[in-house]
Design a protein around this ligand. Structure first.
Ligand code: PHE
Length: 341
């Protein structure tokens, strides 16, 4: 049979064929379009056609291929479309809701806190939660038997460090000051967020674990007024422009002078209410000028450098901001509470 006749025959066959399901369609593809299919064979035969006939036969053959491909694609769409329609599905039903959760209120507060300090040139650093006595106490001017060790009840671990002293769960983020100063040269401007642990009875006000953000700035000529202005700037950004700050003399072994940082109660704006126990003020952390003994412990020259440090409790700050009166509720994982933030 001449090639032209064969083409006509196959064209008829393709036009009248009616694949109805995926199997039919695959047979169609194998028969006409696959590498060993009829069309490939015809293209192979095209090589034997005389020069004069080639353009005519070639064109017909190309049209035939197009026809077969169109038939294949349109039937495929139709079959796949009809197979994905499931008659018993109610498309008006709302979709399935997947609750992926969100950041915990304490993480949100930490982020916000750190973001404000980043904007004014502080770098974020972190340290381990399991610490040794050197970083947590000794280097912070709190040697053994120093009465200030009792200020923070410590969880000791049953693991000893090289000097034979027990590791402990850090009682504050201040050891990160030491770690940073030991590994970097001044000037330094850092904030260190993280978990701290204290062996205290659990009450609405106290929990055995909470979060702090430590701050440290070391340079030449750093003064107490730098400390006051940076903290005041931060607290106004965090709590609002009309927030007032107050620094009350206090004591920490690693700062001298030391101060307690208070903010005006954001609820009553300083007039006095239940939250601030009618004082108009809320305590949010401690601060002070780095004690020269701390600089000596890390090898900084206290004759050249001065610095300030602060440490703030994140739970307190978040609880005050959102009017939460029981710290335990933060860690109950009750979604009815967590969803509110
Ligand atoms: N580490 C102190 C505490 O946990 C807070 C503090 C940090 C005070 C830095 C002064 C300087 O109570």
């Amino acid at each position: 049979m001449s090639l032209l006749l064969q083409i006509d025959e196959i064209e008829k066959e393709i036009s009248t064929s009616l694949p109805e399901n995926p199997d039919d369609l695959e047979n169609f593809r194998l028969k006409f379009l696959s590498r060993n299919g009829l069309l490939s064979q015809l293209f192979e035969e095209l090589k034997t056609v005389s020069k004069e006939e080639k353009p005519i036969v070639g064109k017909k053959l190309n049209n035939l291929k197009k026809l077969a491909e169109e038939k294949y694609n349109s039937t495929k769409d139709k079959i796949e479309g009809s197979f994905s329609v499931r008659p018993n599905v109610d498309y008006t039903l709302p979709g399935r809701f997947i609750d992926i959760g969100h950041e915990h209120i304490i993480s949100q507060t930490l982020e916000e806190f750190v973001r404000i300090f980043r904007e004014i040139g502080f770098k974020v650093t972190e340290g381990p939660e399991a610490e040794d006595e050197f970083h947590n106490f000794d280097a912070l001017n709190t040697p053994e038997h120093h009465p200030a060790r009792d200020m923070q009840d410590t969880f000791y671990l049953d693991v000893k460090d090289k000097s034979g002293k027990k590791y402990l769960l850090r009682t504050h983020t201040s050891p990160v000051q030491i770690r940073t100063m030991l590994s970097e040269k001044p000037p330094l401007r850092i904030v260190c967020p993280g978990k701290v642990f204290r062996n205290e009875a659990v009450t609405p006000k106290n929990y055995f674990m909470f979060h702090q953000v430590e701050g440290l700035c070391v340079d030449r000529d750093v003064t107490m007024s730098d400390l006051q202005s940076v903290l005041t700037y931060f607290l106004k950004k965090f709590y609002g422009r009309d927030t007032k700050t107050r620094f009350i003399p206090s004591y920490f072994p690693f700062t001298e002078p030391s101060a307690q940082v208070d903010v005006s109660c954001f609820l009553c704006k300083g007039k006095g209410c239940k939250t601030c126990k009618n004082s108009g003020w809320l305590e949010i952390g401690g601060c002070g000028m780095v004690d020269p003994a701390v600089f000596e412990a890390v090898g900084y020259d206290p004759e050249i450098y001065t610095g300030y440090a602060f440490g703030m409790g994140i739970e307190r700050i978040a609880m005050m901001k959102y009017g939460i009166n029981d710290i335990r509720i933060l860690y109950n994982n009750d979604v009815r509470f967590l969803n509110q933030f």
